[in-house]
Write a protein that binds this ligand. Structure first.
Ligand SMILES: C[S@@+](CC[C@H](N)C(=O)[O-])C[C@H]1O[C@@H](n2cnc3c(N)ncnc32)[C@H](O)[C@@H]1O
Length: 321
């Protein structure tokens, strides 16, 4: 069998976009920071540590689901596919899928360059026959995939595991699914991991682990911003807060200012009141039918849905029509 080739593409957004996003978020009321900025090298490592926490059922449930239904999901994807993965991270689940589906081309897309490079090299080591186009990019922005000549791929399939889609609001998700539909092209498909609605106590525990790893992950966004923009957030001045908002069907993660304070970012000063909350992430939870309705509206036909045995997590197989 031929050896695969690995290519790296840097489509990362300009530094000015990072500054603009942070300034815009801090000027809002209430303040917020974009969740994508959790992921510097430290943030990626902390997220991987979260995945191993006893309270964080999401990764275990999705891995279990992939192990149990991987062959079926591979059959849904079909042979000689171009598999594009959004938010590939460490790629743990993807390895199960690559093994089962044996795509011709695998294109992981992630904003965290260091992890993208290391995970892509690991995948190349495990599957030496696989062609890999590793793309450092923001998947929330319009994306044109690089052309790879000479490969007879039959179908493009967008893989989006980890329930990362939950970080979009429901309105953003509708628009994002339309972009997925366009990128997949008619006859293409999407395989999307979506966390399910469940007992709020389980959800609360998953985002408030006893060891405080999620708290460190949350606070790391400030360290990342300080490093990239020379700002002066004091990490000790903020505390991790996460709760389930039942009416909105979503976890909200915030940083609470423990005192009155001012922070400078690029010569602009932002005042925080004592107790003020700044939102850093949402994680929407869906009933399977609710997500299917959103997909349908975006021109993605719900063809299959797989669950883990405990019905904690779902993976949707959608066909672009
Ligand atoms: C919740 S983690 C999931 C990682 C992995 N897919 C999993 O299932 O364990 C989210 C991943 O998406 C990446 N990410 C988050 N926002 C992104 C964006 N706007 N564009 C590209 N990558 C993004 C992060 O760097 C991280 O690797």
């Amino acid at each position: 069998m031929d050896r695969g080739v690995i290519r790296f593409y840097d489509f990362s957004p300009p530094e000015s976009g990072f500054l603009e996003d942070v300034l815009t978020g801090l000027a809002r009321s209430p303040k917020e920071l974009p969740a994508k900025y959790f992921y510097d090298a430290q943030g990626s490592a902390l997220f991987d540590a979260i995945c191993d926490l006893p309270e964080y059922y999401l990764t275990r449930a999705e891995l279990h689901l992939m192990e149990r239904h991987g062959t079926d999901i591979a059959a849904f994807i079909g042979p000689a596919a171009e598999l594009v993965e959004f938010g590939s991270g460490s790629g743990r689940k993807t390895r199960i899928l690559i093994e089962a589906a044996r795509p011709l081309l695998y294109s992981p897309v992630d904003i965290a360059r260091a992890q993208l490079e290391s995970a892509s090299r690991e995948v190349a080591g495990l599957f030496p026959w696989l062609n890999i186009a590793a793309i450092c990019a923001d998947f929330a922005r319009p994306l044109t995939l690089p052309e790879w000549k000479g490969l007879a791929t039959r179908r493009r399939v967008i893989y989006f595991p980890g329930s990362t889609i939950g970080n979009f609001t429901r309105e953003e998700t509708a628009a994002f699914l339309q972009a997925v539909r366009r990128l997949a092209g008619t006859g293409g498909a999407a395989v999307i991991g979506v966390d399910l609605k469940k007992d709020p106590a389980l959800l609360h525990a998953a985002y408030n682990d006893a060891q405080g790893v999620t708290a460190r992950f949350n606070l790391n966004i400030l360290a990342h911003i300080n490093r990239r923009l020379g700002s002066d957030f004091h990490l000790q001045g903020f505390r991790h807060v996460a709760f389930y908002d039942e009416a909105q069907g979503r976890i909200e993660m915030h940083l609470r200012s423990v005192r009155r304070q001012e922070v400078s970012v690029a010569q602009r000063r932002f005042a925080f009141a004592e107790g003020e909350l700044m939102r850093t992430e949402i994680s929407c939870k869906y009933a399977a039918e609710e997500f299917q309705a959103l997909a349908r509206q975006a021109g993605l036909r719900p063809a299959r849905v797989w669950f883990d045995d405990d019905r904690l997590f779902s993976v949707h197989g959608l066909v672009a029509e």
